[in-house]
Ligand binder design. Structure first.
Ligand code: ATP
Length: 304
């Protein structure tokens, strides 16, 4: 049984490249170099954010991570006046002379997008469809005209020219239907949209062994179970995800639980971690009970 130590914790945060990911990575870097924004879209847990972070890292520019949400507005993106700054200078140099100078000015704070555009950062705009389409409109001028309009500021120029090194990677999950907004075609038309699919069982097992230091047998046991359970999901949904596999592996290592489908402790761990995501995807009158039964059944089926 592998053990988690400091170096394995470092490995846990690493990004693993198989040949397919390597090819995709280099193609995407080429498109970004040519000045095009990337949009990674795909089901939850397929590795969109990790891929975006690894692309951003390769560009060797500062990275800014921004999460879409319905409350995000122009003030968050561009900036705004945050209050007043007052300055008081008291000159009492000559005893008999007392001079007081006081000035009050409005204080402006750059928003996150303005900061990224100004300094040429790589911006990762994660789950951007959770922001309102009207908020995301601002990207149209950035991507088309290369300028950021400065609504609300008192600059003499009503816009800021985009730094030549500025680059943006969007991510979205097309399966999400709650709390997301439809993206305007005009924005989608300016992005290179790449579908990030679920990985194969072999690719997932390889990520598990690299990240957790698991031997092939243990990594395959977990990924086979996850893949078997996915087949019971109704519709397009892809849970349980690679994230669940990593959780099972990490806890099993830390708690010294044998990674074996016949082991009761392992079965209990899988029930605790997988029952909720599974029950949401089952077409059953008693999804919570059915999920538990399926997990135990598929644990016992591993290797057959
Ligand atoms: N190529 C990879 N190498 C290493 N780890 C990976 C890789 N792909 C995915 N992962 C791991 O899988 C998990 C899910 O990845 P990530 O968060 O990037 O998915 P996502 O598609 O952005 O998910 P969501 O839509 O839920 O935000 C993370 O723990 C991540 O570290």
């Amino acid at each position: 049984m592998a053990e988690l130590n400091e170096s394995s914790n470092k490995r846990l945060n690493s990004f693993i490249y198989d040949q397919q990911t390597k090819n995709l990575h280099s193609r995407l870097l080429r498109y970004m170099k040519a000045g095009y924004p990337i949009h990674l879209t795909g089901p939850t847990g397929t590795g969109k954010t990790s891929l975006a972070l690894s692309l951003a890292k390769k560009r060797r520019r500062p990275v800014m991570l921004m999460h879409g949400n319905h409350e995000l507005d122009n003030q968050d993106l561009i900036g705004g006046f945050t209050g007043y700054k007052s300055e008081k200078v008291i000159d009492h140099f000559v005893r008999s002379v007392y001079k007081k100078d006081e000035s009050v000015s409005e204080e402006w704070k750059d928003g996150r997008l303005l900061e990224a555009v100004k300094h040429g950062y790589t911006l990762i705009y994660d789950e951007f469809t959770r922001s309102k389409a009207t908020t995301n409109n601002i990207f149209l001028s950035i991507l088309e005209e290369g300028v950021l309009p400065l609504y609300g500021s008192k600059e003499t120029e009503p816009f800021y020219r985009v730094h030549p090194e500025f680059s943006v990677i969007f991510t979205s999950n097309p399966e999400e239907y709650a709390g997301v907004y439809k993206t305007q075609d005009a924005l989608l038309d300016r992005l290179i949209t790449i579908f990030v699919e679920n990985k194969t069982t072999k690719q997932e097992a390889s990520i598990l062994s690299h990240k957790l230091g698991l031997n092939d047998r243990d990594a395959n046991t977990i990924t086979e179970l996850i893949s078997r359970l996915r087949k019971h999901s109704s519709g397009e949904h892809s849970a349980p995800t690679l994230r669940s596999s990593l959780m099972i592996g990490k806890i099993a290592i830390e708690e010294d639980i044998e990674i074996d489908g016949e082991d009761r402790e392992f079965q209990q761990l899988c029930i605790d971690l997988l029952r909720a995501p599974m029950s949401r995807l089952l077409e059953s009158d008693h999804p919570i009970t059915t999920a538990k039964e399926l997990i135990i059944q598929e644990c016992k089926n591993i290797g057959n």
